[in-house]
Write a protein that binds this ligand. Structure first.
Ligand code: MEV
Length: 334
């Protein structure tokens, strides 16, 4: 049996606009998805958590199976998925699952665990599952951990960790991936507030695509998010948390105008704003989570919870994909 895990992520700047090649920054969070794999000779098909795996319900697993196991005959596998990243909440649960699955499959095949390959294949799997449009922000952050910056050109002042391209219809988008050590002062915290409302990333991405198709002039909002993200990245690098917070709130206003916020998100954002340096939705929106940068984390958590949200303080810089050691419980009778 093998076991691998990968962290969820939260986007500080640039969601949606990054799909169109604008810059974005995300950081890994403490919550992880864990995948266990075991060859099971007595089965004749792959099983997920005890039931026959329905690949149409799990398109990214289907895609990764064929990429990592190109041979026609695949040994029957038992897959167990555990984890604490809430599903459909903007925290990258499906990217974390794909990244962890790639690492577990690599280990099962006795291949070296390669975070770059895990990031690359899981990005293709996300694009496949999202109907063709997906940036590599979620998968790259989950694979490498820490802070990840995507941009359209190589930024010489950051650590360049790779390049990803994706063709959608007749357009090819290329992203340069960078990692970077953000100097977050000890008195500044990230609070994540969950509305509890599930939202589909592919629907939210399609909603923005349809708006831009009907009103091409709205591309200025995509570019505005890009310039706010550039400013936010500079402020993060300079450790200027007031400016980071201000840019986050500006980013949220443009996302709201693109139609990807929701009444539930607005309620939590309004509650968190007075005790925070900046507030915004994170991920694809329409529900899911918001984030607050704050020097008063308990007060911010309390304000979000008073409005019915679930909130927690998230540490920065959780490690990326990794192989987990098996405990005696893992190998016990099932
Ligand atoms: C989802 O976490 C982030 C989006 O920008 C989609 C993507 O980048 O593929 C909304």
């Amino acid at each position: 049996m093998v076991k691998a895990s990968a962290p969820g992520k939260c986007i500080l700047f640039g969601e949606h606009a990054v799909v169109y090649g604008q810059p974005a920054v995300a950081c890994s969070i403490n919550q992880r998805m864990v995948v266990e794999l075991e060859e099971e000779k007595k089965f004749d098909s792959w099983r997920l958590d005890g039931a026959i795996l329905n690949f149409s319900k799990h398109p990214h697993i289907d895609f990764l199976k064929d990429q990592l196991w190109p041979e026609n005959v695949k040994p029957p596998l038992k897959i167990r998925i555990r984890g604490t990243v809430p599903a459909a909440s903007g925290l990258g649960s499906s990217a974390a699952l794909s990244v962890a699955l790639v690492a577990a499959l690599q280990q099962l095949r006795d291949e070296d665990i390669d975070a770059g390959i895990a990031g690359l294949l899981s990005h293709q799997a996300e694009a496949f599952a999202q109907g063709g449009r997906a940036s590599p922000i979620d998968t790259a952050t989950s694979a490498s951990g820490g802070f990840v910056v995507l941009s359209d050109t190589v930024n010489e002042t950051l650590d360049h960790i790779g390049e990803r391209s994706l063709q959608y219809q007749d357009e090819i988008t290329t992203w340069q991936l960078h990692s970077f050590i953000a100097d977050i002062p000890d008195d500044t915290f990230l609070v994540i507030g969950n509305t509890g409302v599930h939202a589909s990333t592919s629907k939210q991405v399609a909603k923005v695509a349809s708006l831009l198709e009907k009103q091409p002039e709205r591309h200025v909002e995509i570019e505005a998010i890009g310039s706010i993200a550039r400013r936010g990245i500079e402020a993060l690098r300079a450790g200027d948390m007031e400016s980071v917070g201000k840019a986050m709130t500006e980013n949220h206003i443009v996302l709201r105008s693109l139609g990807v916020s929701s009444p539930e998100l607005e309620k939590l954002i309004k509650a968190a704003a007075p005790s925070s340096l900046g507030v915004k939705l994170t991920g694809s929106g329409g529900g899911g989570c918001m984030i607050a940068l704050t020097k008063n984390p308990e007060q911010t958590v309390g304000a979000i919870e008073m409005e019915g949200g679930r909130a927690f303080i998230s540490p920065f810089n959780s490690p990326g994909v990794r192989i987990e050691t098996l405990s005696s419980q893992d190998s016990g009778p099932q």
